[in-house]
Design a protein around this ligand. Structure first.
Ligand SMILES: Cc1cc2nc3c(=O)[nH]c(=O)nc-3n(C[C@H](O)[C@H](O)[C@H](O)COP(=O)(O)OP(=O)(O)OC[C@H]3O[C@@H](n4cnc5c(N)ncnc54)[C@H](O)[C@@H]3O)c2cc1C
Length: 575
């Protein structure tokens, strides 16, 4: 099939027009001229976690300054008008993980957070010949799922509700860990057990051996035990590898799936939703809650380093030389950026073992995010008999190149060999199907979360613009195979490889979680087993980003736990 790819799009695609979004934040972002020389606490970075920390600290009466290097707040939870008239959730695109306690305590609904729960969870069209290729849809209710899966296997259809309950039980066992600090095993196992009371309560009644086997298993092992239908297993397996440089056959991929089932939308466990106005609206609601008290947020203010004596932290210095005093410094940057850049010149020094462990965190990322503006809804061959303007199947996550687990595994193997996948795994979402504020009438914004793409090609080569064009062509060609005419509908696009994600958002290695969410980098060892805490070996320095417990996703816990740690240390910090 020949595609009209190239020059036309390149010219219009990547210019970022974010003025409209910036304007919507202007009422909550302070004027640069008003930066004070002293705050109780300063926060490096205005990602959603930094903003959550600011909101909690200011709510408790602290004078808080937040300093963000980009021109807008939100970090990877952001809305940008990448093509004039089209607003994109440029990085993260769906919400589920944000902790209910944070939504409640920060009054986020009052501050404008509105989530559209998705009525269709997944739609996986199958690439096959014939008038009407088959497809699989997964819904939030048992009745429709049983009917749908029966098209492939009666046995799988009957087992599916039981499988869903099994996953929810597993997720419930982890749930209390998300709102509580990681148990500090270093201080003795008995103390750790005492502080783990909520966790112990949650695992009561759980088959712990089964739980252990589940979280450490490849997702293929789990799914093969339950089901026989290839497309069902592949669709479910995507959650086991999303954002992770893992094959569905990699041990621990079952935990990655669980991580994506830990959240809820409006009380429905494991559901995901679209945020009205895009993911930037989550950040803007949190920011509004923060400034309602005494937090001030400044954009275009990169923090260069901390100011310190040999045993004391005084505050931070901005790139422009401005020095700001603070008794507590909270870093929303990744552990790598925090300790190997901002803290590079820390005169007090850090324990070598801690630094060693920080430097060995795995930030590998397979993700290239492509955001596309189109002038009409894609027409999928598999939906040929659905004549509605916007078929319901397109209101959830659309899985492409997901006919079977082998497709996903093969895509992974190519990236391990240093190449981008020729048939990448694509998760397409079209939030404008439920949120008309994002695109002109009849037009749409498409979020393409694609993998697998290595940070360097062939081991050490930076992506050239030709490589990027080739990858875009591979992705668009795949979509064209399922939805002919797609390429003609493209108005503009923006593409971020792992290196671009790093440059744009400060995500080390392009890793979307601030460090892989593999079991060796979670709970008792996030960010390090030396100190699995929001606290760090430096009194007064805290980590409040996703690199700390309980890890990545738009969850807010890392920010909340960091703020609670500061409040606990208030006396020690003389705050
Ligand atoms: C492509 C992509 C898709 C994703 N999809 C989803 C999804 O759909 N749902 C979901 O829940 N999660 C998703 N995630 C993961 C999620 O977005 C992140 O884990 C989360 O947003 C990280 O939040 P954070 O506040 O910890 O850090 P960040 O959002 O990374 O914020 C850190 C902030 O610190 C700033 N900063 C860094 N250094 C400095 C400095 N020296 N001075 C000043 N500021 C600095 C950065 O600019 C940034 O704004 C996705 C991520 C990506 C990249």
């Amino acid at each position: 099939m020949s595609l009209r790819l190239g020059r036309h799009w390149r010219r219009i695609g990547v210019k970022v027009h974010d003025h409209a979004c910036k304007a919507s934040y202007s009422s909550i972002v302070e004027d640069k001229g008003r930066i004070k020389t002293k705050y109780d606490a300063v926060i490096v970075g205005a990602g959603h976690n930094g903003l959550v920390a600011a909101a909690y600290l200011s709510k408790r009466g602290l004078d808080v300054g937040v300093f963000e290097r980009r021109h807008l707040i939100g970090g990877a939870a952001v809305t940008e008008e990448l093509v004039p008239g089209y607003k994109f959730s440029r990085a993260s695109y769906v919400l589920s993980l944000l902790r209910p306690i944070i939504i409640k305590e920060l009054n986020l609904e009052k501050h404008g957070l509105k989530v559209y729960k998705r009525e269709v969870g997944a739609f996986t069209p199958i690439l096959e010949d014939g008038e009407l290729p088959r497809s699989l849809c997964l819904f939030p209710d048992d009745e429709r799922n049983i009917m749908e899966i029966s098209k492939f296997s009666k046995s799988d259809a009957q087992k599916f509700p039981l499988y869903e309950k099994y996953i929810v039980d597993m997720a419930n066992a982890v749930d209390p860990l998300l709102d509580n600090p990681s148990p500090i095993v270093k201080e003795g196992i008995m103390k750790a057990l005492r502080t783990s009371a909520p966790l112990l309560k949650a695992v009561k009644g759980l088959d712990v051996a089964d739980f252990y086997e589940f979280v450490t298993s490849p997702i293929t092992k789990t799914l093969d035990r339950w089901f026989e239908t290839d497309v069902l297993k592949a669709t479910l397996a995507t959650d086991g590898v999303i954002g992770a440089m893992m094959s569905p056959r990699t041990p621990g991929s079952s935990y990655v799936l669980l991580h994506h089932m830990l959240g809820e939308v409006n009380g429905a466990k494991g559901s995901w939703g679209f945020v009205e106005g895009g993911m930037g609206s989550v950040s803007s609601a949190i920011a509004k809650s923060a400034v309602e008290n005494r937090a001030s947020i400044f954009v275009d203010q990169s923090v260069s380093h901390v100011t310190s004596s040999s045993d004391k932290l005084f505050g931070i210095t901005l790139e422009n030389g401005t020095q700001i005093e603070a008794k507590a410094v909270l870093s929303n940057a990744t552990p790598e950026v925090t300790f190997n850049k901002i803290f590079q010149n820390f005169s007090g020094g850090l324990p070598a073992e801690y630094l060693d462990q920080i430097s060995s965190i795995d930030y590998t990322s397979p993700v290239t995010k492509i955001n596309v503006a189109v002038n009409r809804i894609p027409r999928f061959r598999a939906l040929g008999n659905d004549l509605s303007d916007i078929p319901n199947a397109l209101k959830g996550t659309i899985h492409l190149n997901c006919e079977n687990v082998e497709c996903v595994h093969d895509a992974y193997v190519e990236a391990e060999l240093g190449r981008f996948s020729k048939r990448p795994m694509i998760e397409m979402c079209i939030p404008s199907t439920v949120d008309p504020t994002l695109a002109p009438e009849g037009h749409h914004v498409l979020s393409l979360f694609t993998q697998y793409t290595p940070y360097y090609l062939n081991g050490n080569e930076e992506w050239t613009s030709r490589d990027k064009d080739e990858y875009r062509d591979a992705v668009f060609r795949s979509i064209e195979d399922y939805a002919p005419g797609f390429t003609d509908s493209v108005v503009g696009y923006d593409m971020l490889t792992p290196m671009d994600l790093e440059k744009t958002f400060g995500l080390t290695g392009g890793n979307i979680f601030h460090g892989s969410i593999s079991l060796d980098q979670l709970f008792l060892s996030r960010p390090t087993s030396f100190m699995a805490s929001q606290r760090t070996p430096v009194p007064g320095l805290y980590l409040c980003g996703s690199g700390s417990h309980p890890g990545g996703g738009v969850m807010g816990s890392c920010g909340r736990l960091a703020a609670l740690a500061v409040m606990e240390d208030r006396k020690k910090l003389a705050l």
